[in-house]
Design a protein around this ligand. Structure first.
Ligand code: KIV
Ligand code: ZN
Length: 421
């Protein structure tokens, strides 16, 4: 379980607190191109602790000696957050998890076992009964080692509901106290996933005594919507990753689900313990250490998430930020939003930036500066502060200093020369 909770089942029914399990270091790290060494993992774990997640999934200890070592270092150092690590339904893997995380302040063993026929038959070559028995043995064994055991029903999104329920109640009876419903292939639509979670919670014996968690993949871009549907259906823990990294198209993105619950709290009624002002710092650290930049239009943490380029939006923002910003940049630890100057920008935004830079044009040169701006903007993707400095110098320079100032095309050449070198 995690460090900040006591009785799981009551929280499901009565609490509006949603717990965050961050799996950036496990599901996120196992995706192609995202490998992290032990030192980087430890740095990220420290930052996740500052961010205020409830559980850190440190990794998959049986996969390599380095991974085992990383998990153990995280478990030994991180004190205020629960630490978990993943095993399949296999004694050796469970032993590896326990040896890696037993020194954590609040350790939790995470065991995954598929519930869809596709996974059970094709991937594992088992029957449903055999899979259930194997999962049950694994949970019982994990529970003999550790008080807190999570069972993940892999590929629950494509499984037969009655079998998912049977598996869940079997694992609860054997002592699993967190039940994770996984849409492992990102297949479900939100109403469908919410229905699965609701049915499992309503029908599985013992559901009242455990914490329900959801784990959603983003193959159809629905991971955050599905996690939200799971919460609405009664789950009170979400597994997610910073920047939404993870297998294939990734996982529910931590920053998206956390800001969704915060921004729409009045409507949804939930909250997390995340210190949202650490979001930007965490996102940048992960991009830096994985060497994988965040896509510019990524919700919440993309470079464009608080950037405004078009005239209509810029005018709105200059009059009232709320016109186009549903959250404040400072709420996610970003200094300010950006008005990007392009050929689509408004004159108001242009003047605003000049004023911010302390650049003045006289009444007489105002139009000329704007014309020059449009000219530069037509030739470049973005007009920079340096460009603006040079535009103002140019238009403010006495005409005697320009050769043949009456010839506008020469002025433009001079300008291009000044700006583009
Ligand atoms: O996608 C998945 O099913 C997982 C499990 C380990 C929860 O990552
Ligand atoms: Zn996953």
């Amino acid at each position: 379980m995690n460090a900040k909770q006591s009785k799981n089942g009551e929280q499901r029914a009565e609490s509006n607190r949603v717990f965050i399990l961050d799996t950036t270091l496990r599901d996120g790290e196992q995706s192609p191109g995202f490998h992290l060494n032990a030192t980087s993992k430890l740095r990220i774990a420290r930052q996740l602790e500052k961010l205020g997640v409830d559980v850190i999934e440190a990794g998959f200890p049986s996969s390599s000696a380095g991974e085992f070592d990383a998990c153990r270092r995280i478990a030994r150092e991180i004190r205020s957050v629960a630490v978990t690590a993943l095993a399949r339904a296999d004694r050796d893997e469970i032993d590896a998890v326990w040896r890696a995380i037993r020194d954590a302040q609040s350790p939790q063993i995470h065991v995954v076992m598929p519930v869809s026929d596709l996974h059970i038959e094709r991937k594992l070559g088992l029957s449903r009964d055999e899979a259930l028995k194997k999962g049950a043995e694994a949970i019982a064994y994990a529970r003999s080692l550790c008080e807190n055991v999570q069972y993940s029903a892999e590929d629950a999104g494509r499984a037969e509901l009655d079998y998912v329920i049977e598996a869940v109640e079997t694992m609860i009876a054997l002592g699993a106290n967190v039940i994770n419903i996984a849409d492992s292939t990102g297949y479900c639509v939100p109403s469908e996933f919410g229905e699965i979670v609701e049915q499992v919670i309503d029908r599985a014996r013992g559901a009242d005594g455990v914490l329900f968690s959801v784990h959603c993949h983003n193959d159809l871009g629905l991971a955050t919507a599905n996690a939200k549907a799971g919460i609405m259906a009664g789950a009170r823990r979400v597994e997610c990753t910073v920047n939404g990294i993870g297998e294939r198209a990734g996982n529910t993105s931590l920053e998206e689900i956390v800001m969704l619950l915060r921004v729409r709290k009045a409507r949804l009624g939930f909250e997390t313990g995340v210190n949202t002002t650490e979001i930007t710092r965490t996102s940048r650290l992960i991009a830096e250490l994985t060497g994988t930049p965040v896509q510019p239009n990524k919700a919440v943490v993309g470079a464009n998430a608080f950037a405004h380029a078009a005239a209509m939006q810029q005018d709105g923002i200059l009059k009232d930020r709320a016109s186009y910003e549903i959250m404040k940049p400072e709420d996610i630890g970003l200094a300010e939003s950006r008005l990007v100057l392009t050929a689509r920008s408004s004159r108001g935004a242009f003047r605003h930036r000049l004023a911010k830079l302390g650049l003045k044009t006289t009444h007489a040169t105002d139009d000329a500066a704007w014309d020059r701006f449009l000219e530069v903007a037509g030739a470049k993707k973005e007009v920079t502060d340096d460009d603006l400095q040079q535009i103002v110098v140019l238009v403010e320079t006495p005409s005697s200093m320009h050769a043949r100032r009456d010839d506008d095309s020469d002025v433009a050449d001079t300008l291009r020369h000044l700006i583009f070198g």
